[in-house]
Design a protein around this ligand. Structure first.
Ligand SMILES: Nc1ncnc2c1ncn2[C@@H]1O[C@H](COP(=O)(O)OP(=O)(O)OP(=O)(O)O)[C@@H](O)[C@H]1O
Ligand SMILES: [Mg+2]
Length: 303
């Protein structure tokens, strides 16, 4: 991961500081399996440098952005770069303090405390990914206030107060304004440094495509990156919604093409069909047809 950061031209001082961090904070061998080995690299140097700096300063991060802007990929990449075990904690309407911190259970006729993921993460110096944090009810995450601010503790009623390991950080993600999401209250937001996640740049998308599909013909690296840009522009001009501006869908479509599905069909499934409205879907299909001919086959696209 650090090699990747160097290659991307991330500030060398930051990389050196990460190396010092890793040197200083050792990982318990039995937790090493939790250190991620990312499948995808996150591309975007401004975001990388902002995120690394905040984490080095001991801050927690809140990544805000629309779908498929790489929030989870970045969180995973950051855990890998800092060499920390990672806990993924999905938030939803029923998230409460017991699902985060832990709960009493019976074991061999005795009541024992079963550690929740936040507790485990805090104990082992992990990076905790608080995924879709604004899906939870505000009062049920209030239990995290002391965890996320300078107190760095978990106070479980009836049990010991535990201190959060110095190497632990929390990285929350959220989509703003989607169905089912809530406003994050100010007290919680205040405990994070916030990064607005941009859509991937054209240059970085080309890099990603080349890296992910080394056998993709150069011409189609350009066409797919261009297609994503076209869709973004149409959506920014309110000609279409954001439903089809879906990088995840584009990448999945390319996988299907690689398997042999006709390119146009694949893009229909990954992109166009995500607009359920007939009129909008037709608009999206027109955008696709401008770059991808009807009769293209797999060998036109891949070497
Ligand atoms: N800047 C980027 N660099 C690398 N990959 C990216 C970037 N932006 C998006 N992606 C790609 O988009 C896909 C989705 O990424 P990820 O799951 O992290 O998105 P997300 O922001 O968490 O989305 P959601 O809000 O839908 O959960 C991945 O395949 C990822 O590689
Ligand atoms: Mg996500």
């Amino acid at each position: 991961m650090l090699e990747f950061l160097r290659k991307e031209g991330i500030n060398e001082n930051l990389i050196k500081d990460i190396e010092k961090f890793r040197e200083f904070y050792k990982v318990e061998p039995k937790m090493e399996y939790r250190i991620p080995k990312p499948k995808y690299n996150y591309y975007g140097n401004d975001v990388w440098e902002a995120a690394i700096t905040a984490l080095l300063c001991g801050e927690n991060l809140l990544l805000v952005g629309s779908k498929a802007t790489g929030k989870n990929v970045l969180a995973e990449n950051l855990s890998a770069a800092f060499g920390r075990p990672k806990w993924d904690i999905s938030f939803h309407v029923n998230t409460d303090s017991t699902s985060l911190i832990g709960t009493d259970t019976f074991e061999g006729g005795q009541v024992v405390f079963r550690n929740g993921p936040i507790y485990e993460c805090a104990k082992w110096g992990g990076f905790g990914v608080l995924d879709e944090i604004n899906m939870a009810k505000n009062d049920s995450v209030a239990v995290l206030h002391a965890t996320l601010d300078y107190r760095r503790i978990i106070d479980v009623p009836g049990y010991d107060k535990i201190n959060i390991d110095d190497a632990s950080r929390f990285i929350a993600t959220m989509n703003y304004g989607y169905a089912g999401t809530r406003e994050l209250n100010e007290a919680l937001t205040s405990r994070f440094m916030v990064i607005n996640m941009p859509n991937i740049s054209n240059e970085n998308l080309r890099k990603l495509l080349k890296n992910e599909y080394p056998h993709l013909r150069e011409e189609y690296v350009d066409q797919f990156a261009g297609l994503f840009k076209d869709l973004q522009l149409k959506s920014e001009n309110s000609e279409i919604s954001t439903k089809s501006v879906d990088l995840r869908g584009l990448l999945a479509s390319i996988n299907l093409m690689d398997k042999g599905l006709a390119p146009l069909k694949a893009l229909q499934m990954g992109i166009a069909n995500k607009s359920f409205d007939d009129f909008e879907r037709t608009l999206v299909e027109d955008v696709i047809r401008l770059r991808i001919a009807d009769n293209l086959g797999r060998n036109d696209i891949f070497r």
